[in-house]
Design a binder for this molecule. Sequence first.
Ligand code: GLU
Length: 445
Amino acid sequence: MREAVQSIYDGVLDRNPGQPEFHQAVKEVFESIEPALERKPEYLDAAILERVTEPDRQIMFRVPWVDDSGKVQVNRGFRIEFSSALGPYKGGLRFRENVNLSIIKFLGFEQIFKNSLTGLAMGGGKGGSDFDPHGRSDAEVMRFCQSFMTELARHIGPSTDVPAGDIGVGGREIGYMFGQYKRLRNSYDAGVLTGKGLAWGGSLVRTEATGYGTVLFAQSMLATKGESLEGKKVLVSGAGNVAIYAIEKAQQLGATPITFSDSSGYVVDEAGVDLELLKQVKEVERGRVADYVERRPGARLVTGGSVWDVPGDVALPCATQNELDGDAANTLLRGGCGVVSEGANMPSTPEAVEAFQKAGILFAPGKAANAGGVATSALEMEQNAGRTRWDFATAEAKLTGIMTDIHDSCVAAAEEYGRPGDYVLGANAAGFTRVADVMIAHGIV
Ligand code: GLU
């Protein structure tokens, strides 16, 4: 980093001690937008970097609730309203034991540029709690969600801040939170949350959108080399919503996904993943990946190492941040992997990204490759505002168009700044410059 940027980065470190994930996300953006900063000195003059790394508002609150045994539980809730330059704060809620301020801030920061890349009118935000729905009864999840929303409701609204799902937050949780919001406000503001059920304002394709988009992005990258996903062996990590629909789209495009994983291990199914069985285990039964192996002859569960030890042509990290380190990246490269498209947020460590870029393979960072989810949330908001509903084909065609546009803007920005094929630079520069230009237009706020 050059001196001026380094000293702003040092300021971020000083002001935000003990937030390694946030530091990592800021560093990646700062490093890759240097060419854009050189071209437009007004960004530094207007203190864009200092302002964009300081959230508009950081909300932390107590979430008390009573478990099934009558014991009082206390969790911590977060909502980081990071940037409203481009529209209402927009971003998911993550419910997972390891959630802390650093993780929510890195996610919120990434979300600013991801949302910008979609070309739609959304600012950036993120929230969540250190509550883990796994192993909790529906009644416990409901009481938690109601308590969480009782505080969150005062901060959000269809034109203010629009949360959605992320890890640990799916249709069930959004339903309980929407019910409580509606009760508190006495107002059917469908556009206050996205990822809603289809019967009450949800959009077709929202469930599939993140995974589908990640695969569509990989397909667009391959197309620049005159290739496609047809016949390719695909490695997927994770077994949640993103992983499941990445597998589905990869299969539709003629590829063979052979892996998925959760915290209990990873599954290798050389014959190709049986998607119906995986959906039954994860979506219906809320089970573990081991339950899949029990019912699927030929599939094996591996409990040591990582899914990246398996040789394959395409890797889709769809689990969580920093799940793919430098060693894993080198193992993947040795196994013949030529494409990485990130379905999760920041799943590759900086060492892994460096290894991929050095090897010159096609590498798409999450803020571009997984933007299909939030883009489809914007489509959900659009349908809510228009009191209308689109059919599956209409919504999917819009998602496909948006993913192609994001791909093309990354390519164009990478070329503009002299590093063709660098999707990290392309995504960060294209996402950042739109936000920065609007921040300048809005004055010092
Ligand atoms: N949590 C998702 C993401 O990381 C979706 C956010 C949304 O739909 O608002 O982008």
